[in-house]
Design a binder for this molecule. Sequence first.
Ligand code: ADP
Length: 481
Amino acid sequence: MKIPSLRARLTIWYSLTLAAILLVFNVLFYHALNIVVDRSLTQELRQRFTILNNHVQIRSGVLQIVTNPANRDENYLVQLASRYLQIYRLPEGDLILQSRDLELIGARLTPVQVRQIAKTGEFNDVQIGRERFRFHNAIYPSDEGHTFLVRIGIPLIPAENARAGFLYALFLLSPLGVILAGLMGWNMAGRALHPIKGVAIAARNIDIDQLEQRLPLSGAGDEVDDLVRSFNETLSRLENSVAQMKQFTASISHELRTPLTVLRGESEVALLEKYSVDDYRQLLSSQLEEFEKLSSMVNDLLLLANAEAGDIVLAQRDVDLSELVLSLAEQLEPVANSHGVEIQTDIPANIHICGDASWLERAVLNLIDNAIKFTPHGHISLSLRQDTKQTLLRIEDTGIGISQEALPHIFDRFYRAEQSRSKGTPGVGLGLALVRWIIEKHSGRITVESEPARGTRFTMILPSTSANSTNQGLSKHSRLP
Ligand code: ADP
């Protein structure tokens, strides 16, 4: 079955709810009205009886209704009260007096009925022909041992007609009200959903190559604006991811093309020329270097993919950070020197932290490697400090520095500053993303300060914690930035 539109569903829900509320209210209202009408009828009957009662006299066994002819108001009220009047003698049940109106409709009771009513009570409702009455019954003892049953009535039909008319109007008008409210609901739902329709149309028109587009905010600060804001944020994230992917494809093809072209050229020349065994050896050893570079790049990519998938769990062991940094500085010194760069160290002995030595080594190596790569001449200084809370490792160089525009992005995947790309410095922009991931996995953080043409300082801030307290930080799977 086809699900109706949101607008139709809202209207249906609204109308049904209103119909249910109206039904409940109508029933309650009608019930309340019944009670009120019934009470007021009884009240009226009681008042008429009180008026009549003041004019009843029993003398020598005869019951009379005595009025003062001069008092017109009083006469009128007594007339009104005695319009439906019956007087019976008890216990015989003989009719002594009956008003003309009751006589006309044949309201006379049998003696049995009279005795029955004398026992039952003050009020009773009776159907007489097509009329219905409520009677007030009172017993008067006579001075001669008789008793009288005096009944005055009030017709119920006018009140019942009014009630029926009211009920009819209520149940005729309510569906009309529901239909009207439904039409208004349909209109209001249409208005409320109109901006969402606009968002849907605008969103449908945004293609993968137009991700820089944003949907306009109405400025009302309502739910639709919230939706648009969330959608725009999703677009921003998508735009960033697509830009990163594009940059990655460009970087990776550039990084692969250069060594592959060189390798291919060298092989073609070697095939054409007649080389000596020594020449072949030399060629193969230079090609081996290129192969090593290529495989290290592929390894980085694989590592990144695994880290992204959350497949890597780091060890939590005691690591002698002083020894780790000093040994790396020692290993990299010849490379640095060959670039005209001197490595200075300020590393106190025996600074320990808890973590994964091989991953920490990879992070420090990446930072020192970058410092060497981006420092044409100058020096690199490594310093390590620890207090009870934090362990700080600074890697500072006097290299080309990083521009203010590039600084916020250097930890993004595949990001390379314009300077490093144009100068043909090797790399694909994965190193710092990996460094940050490693440090965050150790519950730490990394900061960078830099000034173009003066140098760059990276600071690794790691917690100075024992092996047990870092368990949580290391076991969490975090995503690469
Ligand atoms: P890669 O080194 O492969 O280019 P990284 O992620 O390690 O990628 O670094 C990203 C970018 O940050 C580099 O391309 C470079 O522009 C900049 N960068 C990193 N370290 C330094 C540094 N010590 N000095 C100057 N620029 C740096």
